[in-house]
Design a protein around this ligand. Structure first.
Ligand code: G6P
Length: 480
């Protein structure tokens, strides 16, 4: 192996590049992960490898904000098969408790392998000798092993932002051995919760025959967090305070303003939330004249059928609630199918009394952490699903099971009675818990562990019998 003196010593890999395109120019996309990792990437001669967001377009590497970006092209077929198909219609539902049924199509798997191989090749070509490579999320689970096979000199970290499924569910995946083997090419694998780590250990044993103690130095729980200083700075700014007052005014100055902010995804439990609110209005436990639920649904993965169905269902339910309990001038549920800027989102957190997080399964849920951070203990209430990773740290929230409509209604009713400046103590305790492990500490902790010689992957992995990864050739396959 020639010693590469050129190349980048710190490489981030994620399905998406952290940029938005505006005409001919690119801007760093807003978002916590970018704000935490971009400074490290800049300081360390860093590169970011990812998909630029368009199909059938080859874009040369370019620089933005001190970072070197390496765009990975996808054809339209690959977008359909690797991104919409295997990543988001197989892995996403499988890793989120099968809320919808995955379609185990072989042509999607082959596209996933081919695109993972393309990402791996870009990393192999971009990394300086001894570089640190940090791979993010479920789209790229084969990449650690693919890089390891060609570049034993580099340190490889993998962080999964979504839950890791119980072994009984992962067992359904026809390519489970290849996925586990792919991941175990990393020196350190970070998961969100201890329960994810437990699931991973069980899967390593069952599918690869690895003694769970042997993976102890490789995997760990690294609950991701938010950029506390950036949120607080925004929350303290006069412009955001003004926007918050404006939101509340425009929403009719309700006595109780409840807020939901979610990507429009079936994992978020939005219909469950709407059913509970509808029953509370029906029973008179919430007063439609003084209560508003503001629901922001950020458009997501709109090419996938399950997402289109969810949108139809959510909009039908909102229409029904407003038809039953609203008037021509005033809807009880105010709904926006669009994304809001960082400042506007913080203003919504400040304007609201209650945040509803009712995920059926969620790796972490950063909206919950942002809400308690923005409010800085100034009261309000957080209704939080026990199935969101954030529930481990935010245990002073009103914890609910979103499948239990009666329990969810009790939680919402309790939260709605804690309006204004009530319950600042719980909110302050939760804000302090978030500050103790903010996004920067999270990144430092992961990277320190990745540098530690104690954590060096598995030296002698028992290879799975059906090994399908590690081959960087992009093979064409037929059949579904
Ligand atoms: C989740 C995933 C991320 C993903 C994001 C948005 O948070 O963990 O990896 O980027 O959803 O989804 P999208 O499909 O639009 O990238």
């Amino acid at each position: 192996m020639p010693r590469r003196r050129d190349g980048h010593s710190f490489i981030l890999m994620a399905n998406r590049l952290p940029v938005d395109r505006c005409g001919d120019s690119w801007h760093t996309a807003p978002g916590g992960l970018v704000s935490a990792l971009a400074p490290i990437a800049k300081a360390e001669s860093g590169a970011w490898i990812g998909w630029p967001g368009t199909c059938e377009e080859t874009i040369e590497p370019f620089g933005v904000g001190g970072m070197h970006l390496v765009p990975i092209p996808l054809s339209c077929a690959e977008h359909r098969q690797y991104y919409e198909g295997f990543s988001n219609a197989v892995l996403w539902p499988l890793y989120h408790d099968l809320i919808v049924a995955p379609e185990y199509r072989r042509d999607w798997w082959f596209a996933y392998e081919a695109v993972n191989a393309r990402f791996a090749r870009a990393a192999i070509e971009t990394a300086a000798y001894g570089a640190t490579i940090w791979i993010h999320d479920y789209h790229l689970q084969l990449v650690p092993r693919m890089i390891r096979g060609q570049r034993p000199d580099v340190r490889i970290g993998f962080f999964n932002h979504i839950p890791f499924p119980p072994v009984e569910l992962l067992a359904q995946l026809p390519w489970r051995e290849a996925v586990m083997d792919g991941l175990l090419g990393a020196d350190v694998i970070g998961l969100q919760r201890e329960s994810d780590v437990t699931n991973f250990r069980a899967a390593s044993q069952r599918f690869l025959g690895i003694d769970p103690d042997r993976v102890s130095n490789v995997i760990g729980a690294y609950p991701i967090s938010v950029d506390v200083d950036a949120i607080r700075e925004a929350a303290e700014s006069e412009s955001v305070a003004r926007l918050a007052r404006q939101f509340r005014h425009d929403l009719g100055n309700p006595e109780v303003l409840m807020l939901g902010i979610d990507r429009l995804d079936y994992t978020k439990g939005i219909p469950q939330r709407l059913h509970a609110v509808e029953e509370l209005l029906d029973e008179g436990a919430l007063d439609p004249e003084t209560t508003v639920l503001a629901q922001v649904a950020v458009p997501s993965r709109e090419g996938i059928g399950a997402y289109q169905d969810l949108r139809d269902e959510v909009e039908r339910l909102i229409g029904r609630v407003n038809g039953r309990f609203g008037t021509i001038e005033r809807g009880v549920v105010q709904y926006a199918h669009q994304s809001y800027s960082f400042e506007a989102t913080i203003a919504l957190y400040l304007a609201a009394d209650v945040l509803l997080v009712t995920s059926l399964r969620d790796g972490m849920n950063l909206v919950a952490k942002e809400f308690v951070t923005a409010r800085q203990g100034s009261g309000g209430a957080l209704v939080l699903s026990e199935f969101a990773g954030a529930a481990d740290e935010l245990d002073r929230a009103i914890i609910v099971n979103p499948h239990d409509t009666s329990g969810l209604k009790n939680g919402i009713r309790q939260a709605a009675s804690l309006t204004g400046d009530d319950a600042p103590e719980q909110m302050a305790a939760m804000a302090a818990a978030v500050k103790d492990n903010d996004l920067h500490q999270w990144a430092r902790r992961f990277l320190n562990d990745l540098q530690s010689p104690m954590n060096s992957g598995l030296p002698l992995l028992k290879m799975p019998t059906r090994k399908t990864t590690g081959n960087l050739r992009e093979v064409k396959h037929v059949g579904r």
